[in-house]
Design a protein around this ligand. Structure first.
Ligand SMILES: NC(=O)c1ccc[n+]([C@@H]2O[C@H](COP(=O)([O-])OP(=O)(O)OC[C@H]3O[C@@H](n4cnc5c(N)ncnc54)[C@H](OP(=O)(O)O)[C@@H]3O)[C@@H](O)[C@H]2O)c1
Length: 214
């Protein structure tokens, strides 16, 4: 199973304004790269925060390719049935909720009920459940909470960070990780860089810290 995370951020490490607006931090090359990634994976995963704030379509539009399965992690079942991710377009759609919760899903949307541990559905549990659905190449598309949880759990093989030439000066940070006191506790990444017009893609290899799934 291969899991890639992607985030588009400003030079000062923001993925959205304080009101949550993120459309669009990246320019056309960064967005095309995102759509290329969607076209290469079996499933694209977002947290309910992103689904509620951005109401994304999560399909492949800017390049040619097949739409991936759309997955929303929504333990409390907060997402409405009219969300764009649930629209019927022949693509598989999965709604991940917590054990003990119930949702009335739109037609064709499959509900996966998974256990919570310490207030989270563990990233490894989510990946195993997607693997059982036959989904092996997974894109974690945000937001910060979701991506940070997968990274902290050792559940990303690669991370694509696309940095746009923007300074926001305020707003939501790209990652939410436990506080550290010393620089040697920070995660240092093996990277390759690619220039995408006026943006820079950092392709980070996280395979050395990847958790093996049973
Ligand atoms: N620039 C970019 O590339 C980019 C990409 C995506 C999103 N964004 C921006 O990011 C913001 C949203 O990010 P966010 O961090 O607030 O939200 P998020 O990561 O999209 O969603 C977080 C919520 O999803 C649920 N969740 C996700 N993973 C979970 C897990 N493993 N276990 C249990 N619950 C889980 C929780 O829901 P409950 O709260 O119901 O428990 C959690 O609060 C928006 O402003 C959006 O525009 C930017």
């Amino acid at each position: 199973m291969t899991v890639i995370g992607q985030i588009g951020q400003t030079m000062d490490g923001r993925i959205a304004t304080i009101t949550g607006q993120s459309k669009y931090i990246n320019g056309s090359s960064g967005l095309s790269h995102l759509h290329q990634l969607r076209a290469l994976v079996d499933a694209v995963v977002i947290g309910v925060g992103t689904a509620l704030t951005d109401n994304p379509q999560l399909n492949v539009r800017l390049v040619s390719g097949k739409n991936p399965t759309r997955v929303v992690i929504d333990p409390q079942g907060r997402l409405g049935c009219d969300a764009q991710v649930w629209r019927e377009d022949g693509t598989k759609r999965l709604w991940i909720i917590a054990e003990g919760k119930k949702v009335s899903a739109p037609s064709g949307v499959e509900v996966l009920t998974l256990p919570m541990v310490d207030g989270r559905i563990e990233a490894a549990t989510i990946l195993k459940s997607l693997r059982m659905q036959g989904l092996k190449r997974i894109l974690i598309e945000g937001g910060a909470f979701t991506l940070s949880h997968f990274m902290q759990a050792g559940c990303l093989d690669r991370l694509h960070i696309i940095i746009a030439p923007i300074i926001m000066g305020s707003g939501r940070p790209s990652f939410e990780l436990p506080a550290i006191e010393h620089m040697d506790q920070a995660t240092r990444l093996n990277i390759q860089t690619h220039v995408l017009n006026n943006e820079v893609l950092f392709d980070c290899d996280l395979s050395s810290q990847r958790l093996k799934l049973d």
